[in-house]
Design a protein around this ligand. Structure first.
Ligand SMILES: [Zn+2]
Length: 555
């Protein structure tokens, strides 16, 4: 009998290929791997069906979940394929421990028990060190953390400061390492898909809302999302194990230098590398930050490229050059637009989100000038919030590129949710408020289009106007902020349907750091994939700012 296992696996790390080949060697059966783009196939043949079943069971234990794995399947087929895949000789990316190495390091009878340097051809950070148990050092560091000290720890990818979650992390920009997935599920609103992603071999960071009661006046953090992860190297994993024995399941980890007297410097890491952060919906996972373990981590020499580079990097990763592809670029920093790529005609900018204002006063004056309703709205707003109106009228912007995110920043200032002049910081307040909203539907905020010199733009004034009128109607901050983001996704979704009807587009590519927003990503992933083939970057962060890309080959 011949079994075919198929994996839709969007990674070039070779983790699956190597584990499959390693596992197949342990059995007396014939096996072959075939690769076809993102599809990875494994064929195994044996006359002994027990042997095949044993193999399938062992493989499912050996293969870790991966953020790059989308679908798996198994079926009986008639014949073995002719061709087969040969492992290329390429350097191993920096990948956290595989299930086999983890088992050995945790096994008291194994020679690699508590050996932080243990790794194999699949996993690890390629750092050499003496093969021995490092248990004593890790027990001592755990004891120090338990005694309320901050410790400086050299992990396999950089130096960090760790400690208990209490007043020590006041004002510090930190992430949280959890002992296990149950603890994260208990303290956050993580969805099942997010929990699965946190447990993958890549061990990514995910931003979550938490109900952890910190032992202090934690005003700021109450409104913040915090990034969580599971230990992603053996130093942190074994330290988590020791902390768990002392009743500590969560610790903070930060790059910020904190005063401390205790050090753990067993590892001489080769290079500093930022761990990856992902955003997860029930259908898609995208990388929003970081480079650890990704192919371009090894490229060095990073170059800044415009948003078009991010669009084409997705087209290239998914081999969409023969299609008509719509690109939605929603970066927090750069220009935003919707592009359409045609194989025959090249690329056009279908819709631009560009606009420009110098001050809040200019925004309000423009609304007054638009029409009578606008003038009346600003008048009512001024009468209802006279002091606030006066304060914001003085605010002047210091911005180069205006985009959707900055528009949200203007809204947060006009509605009085932000005391900041900085539009990016103000937009973050709007985002955080939306993330705390517990309902399912916000008010409908208008995103309308206008034409200037036969080019189509988003009209920012209409969006600001509807937000102001809902504020006057006493819609609360969380609901209103949620509506601003939700309505934007609905607007994008409608635009994409219209473009498809008009231009017969085959695929939609979405790029840009606005995808970091959990609600936006999850809603977009769900709604847009109903009518479109939706693609994101595979192994690159969504904003493209660290992507080195030779643009010439594209056009
Ligand atoms: Zn391993």
């Amino acid at each position: 009998m011949i079994l075919e296992f198929s994996f839709n696996y969007l990674s070039s790390s070779l983790v699956y290929e190597k584990i499959i080949l390693r596992t197949a060697k342990l059995f007396s059966l014939e096996s072959k791997i075939v690769k076809n783009g993102d599809e990875l196939f494994l064929y195994v043949e044996s006359d002994d069906s027990d042997e095949l079943e044993n193999f399938a069971n062992t493989l499912s234990l050996e293969l870790p979940h991966s953020i790059f794995l989308h679908e798996t399947d198994a079926r009986v087929v008639d014949e073995m394929p002719e061709e087969f895949f040969v492992l290329p000789e390429v350097p191993k990316p920096a990948i956290p421990f595989c299930p086999q190495c983890l088992g050995e390091v945790m096994d008291e009878s194994n020679e690699n028990y508590y050996n932080i340097f243990h790794e194999c051809e699949v996993c690890g950070y390629s750092v050499e060190g003496e093969k021995k148990s490092y248990k004593e050092s890790l027990v001592n560091i755990a004891k120090s953390i338990s005694d309320d000290l901050v410790v400086e720890v050299d992990t396999f990818y950089g130096k960090y400061y760790l400690g208990k979650l209490d007043e020590k992390c006041n004002g510090v920009d930190f992430d949280i390492i959890s002992y296990d997935l149950d603890t994260i599920a208990h303290y956050t609103n993580a969805t099942n898909s997010e929990i699965v992603a946190l447990g993958t071999i890549e061990k990514p960071l995910i931003k979550l809302t938490t109900n952890i009661k910190f032992k202090m006046d934690f005003e700021d953090v109450k409104n913040e999302l915090i990034r969580f992860k599971i230990a992603d190297d053996f130093v942190l994993h074994l330290l988590s194990q020791e902390l768990h024995k002392l009743g500590i399941n969560l610790i903070f980890i930060t790059k910020e230098k904190l005063p401390c007297n205790v050090q753990l410097d067993l590892v001489k890491y080769k290079k500093e590398s930022e761990p990856i952060e992902v955003v997860v919906s029930d259908k898609h996972i995208v990388i929003v930050k970081g480079e650890k373990g990704l192919p371009y981590d090894n490229l060095g020499n990073k170059a800044l490229i415009p948003h078009i580079g991010a669009f084409f990097s997705v087209i290239k990763e998914h081999a969409l050059f023969d299609k008509t592809v719509v690109g939605v670029n929603i970066s927090k920093e750069y220009h935003n637009d919707i592009l359409v790529y045609f194989k025959k005609f090249g690329t056009i900018e279908y819709l631009s989100f560009e606009f420009k204002f110098h001050s809040i006063k200019e925004v309000l004056d423009s609304i007054i000038r638009t029409d009578e309703t606008g003038a009346k709205l600003v008048e009512n707003f001024k009468n209802k919030f006279p002091k606030h109106f006066e304060t914001i009228s003085d605010i002047v912007f210091d911005e180069k590129d205006f985009n959707v995110y900055k528009l949200w920043g203007i809204i947060a200032i006009v509605l009085g949710y932000s005391k900041e002049k900085d539009l990016t910081k103000s937009a973050k307040i709007l985002e955080n408020s939306a993330s705390l909203f517990l309902g399912t539907k916000g008010p409908r905020i208008d995103y309308k289009l206008k034409s200037i010199n036969s080019k189509v733009y988003l009209d920012p004034l209409m969006t600001i106007r509807t937000a102001m009128s809902f504020k006057l109607a006493q819609i609360d901050q969380l609901t209103l902020c949620y509506g601003v983001i939700e309505s934007f996704v609905e607007f994008i979704s409608t635009q994409l349907d219209e473009i498809k009807a008009e231009m017969k587009s085959d695929a939609v590519v979405v790029t840009g750091s606005l995808l970091e927003n959990r609600h936006l990503f999850s809603k977009l992933s769900k709604e847009v994939s109903v009518n479109h083939n939706l693609y994101f970057n595979k192994e690159l962060p969504v904003d493209g700012k660290n992507i080195q890309y030779g643009g010439n080959e594209l056009f």
